[in-house]
Design a protein around this ligand. Structure first.
Ligand code: SF4
Length: 369
C-alpha cells in the first residue's frame, strides 16, 4: 500500500516537472541538456504520454496543423565508397541493393509529377556517393535541379554527400537548390561506430559551406543503431547548434548484409518519446519522420504527430518500401492535419550559428533569408 502511494507521488512529481518544462518551451524558452536527459530517461507509459501531450501542444503552437511532406528519388544508387554501417548502398557490404549511375531527366520528371499530384512540397534527389566536386557530374546535377524547378510542381532538394568546396555549394544554390539533406546520423561520440570512411567534422564542414551559400539545411539522424539515450539527446543539441531547418528522424530498418543487420528494434514508446524530446529541444524546426516509420511503428504511426512531428517522408525510401501515399494522406485527413506546408515556409525558424556545430557559437547566421 505504501509503495503504491509512493509510486503515485513520484508520478505526480514527474507530471509537474514535465508540465513546467513544456510550459517553458511553449512560452519561447528552452530546456537545458540535463533537463533533456531527464526527459529521454522517462520510463513509465504515464510519463511518456504526458510528455507526448506537451510535445503535441508545442507542435501546434509553432507549426499549427500544417504538415510538410517530402519525397525522394534515388538519383544514383549503390556502389558507394563509404562504409556507413546502416546503409544498403555501401560497396563494403553484400546487400543485393540496386546499382546505377546518375539518373536521366525522365525519372526526375515523373517524381515531380507524382509530387505535384499528391501535394508533396519537396522532391529530394539523393545520390549514393561520398560527395560532389566541380566537374561534369556537378553540371549534370545542376541540370536536373533546373529541370525540376522548371516543372513548378515541387521544391528541388538534394542530398549529394560531402561538399569540400564553397564553389560547389554556390553553384547548387545558383541552380535552384533551396534545401540540402545531410544528416549528422548520431552524436559526435557515437558517429565513429556508424562510419569510419569520413568523420563527423567532414559533415559539419559540408553544412558550413551550404549555410554560407544560403541553402537551408535538412539534417537529422537515425535512431536504433545501438546509441544511448544520451547520444540521442546530444544529436538533437548538435542539430540545434548547426541551425538545421528540417530534422529527419529515421528509425533503423536493419538491412541484411550490413553490420547493423541484427540490431534489436526500438520499442514503439521509446521511438515516440525520442520524437517528443526532439520537439522539446527543437520547438520551431520541421521534425520529419523518415525511413523506418512503417516497419517500426506499424499501427502507432499516427502517434508521431502527437509526439511532435510536423513533417513526413512519403513514397518509398531509398532502398526500402513505405506505405502508399494515399494512406498517409488519409491519415493526415483523419487527424485534422493539413499537408499544405507552403503557407508557413521556413520563416518561423530561428537561424542559429554558422553550421560549425558549436553550441555556444555566436557567429551570426550566414543564411537569414
Ligand atoms: S549513407 Fe550515403 S555515404 Fe553512407 S554508405 Fe550510404 S550512400 Fe554512402
Amino acid at each position: 500500500m505504501l509503495s503504491t502511494m509512493m509510486a503515485q507521488l513520484v508520478d505526480v512529481k514527474n507530471h509537474g516537472k514535465i508540465s513546467t518544462l513544456g510550459e517553458r518551451v511553449l512560452g519561447g524558452g528552452s530546456i537545458s541538456r540535463d533537463e533533456a536527459l531527464w526527459l529521454v530517461n522517462l520510463e513509465s507509459s504515464a510519463d511518456i504520454l504526458d510528455l507526448l501531450s506537451w510535445a503535441n501542444r508545442i507542435r501546434e503552437q509553432f507549426k499549427g496543423n500544417k504538415i510538410h511532406l517530402c519525397s525522394i528519388v534515388n538519383a544514383k544508387a549503390g556502389a558507394c565508397s563509404e562504409n556507413c554501417s546502416f546503409c544498403a548502398q555501401s560497396s563494403h557490404y553484400q546487400t543485393g541493393s540496386p546499382k546505377y549511375g546518375f539518373v536521366d531527366p525522365e525519372p526526375v520528371a515523373e517524381a515531380a509529377d507524382e509530387a505535384g499530384k499528391n501535394g508533396v512540397t519537396a522532391v529530394g534527389l539523393v545520390a549514393a556517393w561520398k560527395g560532389l566536386n566541380e566537374g561534369p557530374l556537378l553540371d549534370e546535377v545542376c541540370d536536373r535541379v533546373r529541370e525540376l524547378t522548371a516543372t513548378g510542381k515541387t521544391r528541388p532538394d538534394v542530398s549529394l554527400g560531402l561538399i569540400k568546396s564553397q564553389r560547389v555549394a554556390d553553384r547548387l544554390k545558383e541552380a535552384g537548390v533551396e534545401c540540402y539533406g545531410h544528416n549528422l546520423e548520431s552524436s559526435r561520440r557515437f558517429f565513429p561506430q556508424t562510419c569510419t570512411t569520413h568523420t563527423f567534422d567532414d559533415r559539419l564542414e559540408t553544412i558550413g559551406h551550404l549555410k554560407k551559400a544560403g541553402i537551408k539545411i535538412c539534417s537529422g539522424g537515425i535512431i536504433g543503431m545501438g546509441e544511448t539515450r544520451e547520444d540521442r539527446r546530444d544529436l538533437a543539441f548538435e542539430l540545434k547548434a548547426i541551425g538545421a531547418n528540417v530534422v529527419p528522424v529515421n528509425i533503423l530498418n536493419p538491412i541484411p548484409g550490413t553490420p547493423f543487420a541484427k540490431n534489436d528494434p526500438l520499442p514503439v514508446m521509446e521511438i515516440l518519446k525520442t520524437i517528443a524530446c526532439f520537439r522539446f529541444i527543437l520547438p520551431r524546426q520541421e521534425i520529419m519522420i523518415a525511413g523506418g516509420r512503417t516497419v517500426n511503428l506499424r499501427d502507432a504511426q499516427s502517434m508521431i504527430f502527437m509526439a511532435g512531428a510536423s513533417a513526413l517522408m512519403v513514397g518509398n525510401y531509398l532502398t526500402t518500401l513505405n506505405q502508399p501515399v494515399e494512406k498517409d494522406l488519409q491519415m493526415l485527413k483523419d487527424l485534422g492535419l493539413d499537408p499544405g506546408w507552403d503557407s508557413h515556409g521556413f520563416s518561423d525558424q530561428e537561424e542559429t550559428g554558422c553550421g560549425c556545430g558549436t553550441e555556444s557559437c555566436e557567429t551570426e547566421a550566414v543564411n537569414s533569408v
